[in-house]
Design a protein around this ligand. Structure first.
Ligand SMILES: *Cc1c(COP(=O)(O)O)cnc(C)c1O
Length: 386
């Protein structure tokens, strides 16, 4: 075990810059117009939730992803919350999500009063396993007048939220087909996958609606931020309206026609986002180059493998992952302990969501592969190195 951990540590140190002695998991990279654009916000007083950078940032996102519309919001969790709400997720509905995800995916479901229903992931993509999902739904669900009903709980299943884990695209065609067959809304959690493509289409453009995140550790950051993507004009207008307190346009009157949300991204954050979007192609190029170096180096190390993007996609390699050949929490933790002691910031995958106290009683299928992945996966330093 010790030899394996030392080999992993040496392999990583060989690849990362020798100039430093600490290697963060994912640092933001500000080498563009960030200062200029932020200064412009402060000099002009346009710092809050109206201003030209917010509109510009939305245009840049739509253009880059090929989505018809983008609506910028305060963070990725808020984006997911709005996607679910707009897709009709209501109190006491169920929403299918992978157990292997960041807690925000489940929390957004809870904000709608709905119940997360956990499904298994596959080793090929680290995301929802379409074939298991299909078998499972055939077993537990029935479609009645265009509604998918869980035969066991009696509740309506309203949506499926695949996550493009660590930036790697899931098998969207297969999942979309299942959603169509079972009358389920497809919402993509693309929080980690800006710059990742599935069969040539940007992730987050297959679903009815999708969520992006611009948290400080994501590929593009606005400090904190998120966005909703959709190709449907009505849904985009509704998303913009709901996230800006549902205020009707008027010269001076305060007329609000829904219980809206104060979720609009402030201009000062969008200013950073505009500068970051200008650099996104370079970020992706450098991240993919780093991943390739890891892939080559780890192919020579026994007992561990580097996770490579699925062949139908092109990944942003947001977080690089290695997987121990023999899944075991003890071994994984031993390796984490040793490599972190060398200044290499390495992290496990998330604790599976069905194990968290607030989600322990939620419905779920067998989560065998998710457990295997969680017991063997380690994320290693993945920042853009310039
Ligand atoms: C980062 C992230 C989110 C939430 O984004 P925030 O901007 O931090 O709210 C949601 N889902 C996944 C999978 C994420 O990685």
């Amino acid at each position: 075990m010790k030899t394996l951990a030392q080999n992993i540590s040496k392999t990583i140190l060989n690849i990362l810059s020798k100039k430093n002695n600490v290697f963060p998991l994912h640092e933001p990279c500000f080498h563009g117009n960030e200062w200029n654009y932020v200064k412009e916000c402060i000099d002009t007083g346009w710092v809050s939730s109206t201003g030209q950078f917010v509109n510009k940032f939305e245009e840049l996102l739509a253009k880059y992803t090929g989505s018809k519309y983008a609506v910028a919001v305060v963070n990725g969790t808020a984006a997911l919350h709005m996607c679910l709400k707009i897709a009709g997720v209501k109190n006491n509905d169920e929403v299918i999500i992978p157990a292997l995800s960041f807690v925000a995916t489940a929390n957004a479901v809870s904000y709608c009063g709905a119940i997360p229903h956990f499904v298994d992931s596959e080793e090929k993509t680290l995301g929802i396993d379409p074939s298991k999902l299909d078998d499972y739904l055939n077993d537990i669900a029935i479609v009645r007048s265009n509604q998918c009903i869980n035969k066991i709980t009696g509740r309506k299943i309203q949506a499926v939220v695949p996550v493009h884990t660590f930036g790697h695209p899931v098998d969207l065609d297969a999942i979309k087909e299942i959603c169509e067959h079972f009358s389920l809304a497809l919402i993509e959690d693309a929080a980690e996958s800006l710059g990742s493509f599935y069969k040539g289409c940007h992730t987050g453009t297959y679903g009815l609606l999708s969520a992006l995140s611009f948290n400080g550790n994501k590929t593009v950051t606005t400090g904190g931020g998120g966005a909703i993507l959709t190709n449907d004009k009505k849904l985009a207008d509704y998303a913009k309206h709901l996230t800006t307190t549902a205020k009707k346009a008027h010269k001076w009157e305060y007329i609000h026609d829904y219980i809206g949300y104060n979720y609009r991204m402030p201009n000062i954050n969008a200013a950073i986002g505009c500068a970051q979007m200008e650099q996104l192609p370079i970020f992706i190029d450098l991240k993919r180059k780093l991943a390739l170096k890891y892939e080559i180096a780890f192919s020579k190390i026994e007992g561990v493998s580097f996770f490579v993007e699925p062949n139908f996609g092109k990944s942003n390699y947001w977080l690089n992952s290695i997987l121990l050949d023999k899944p075991s929490i003890e071994k994984r933790n031993f390796v984490l302990e040793l490599i972190n002691s060398k200044g290499i910031m390495a992290r496990p995958a998330w604790n599976l969501l069905h194990l968290l106290p607030m989600y322990k009683d939620c419905p779920k299928m067998s989560l065998k592969t998710s457990k295997k992945i969680a017991d063997s996966l380690i994320n290693i330093p993945s920042s853009v190195i310039i």
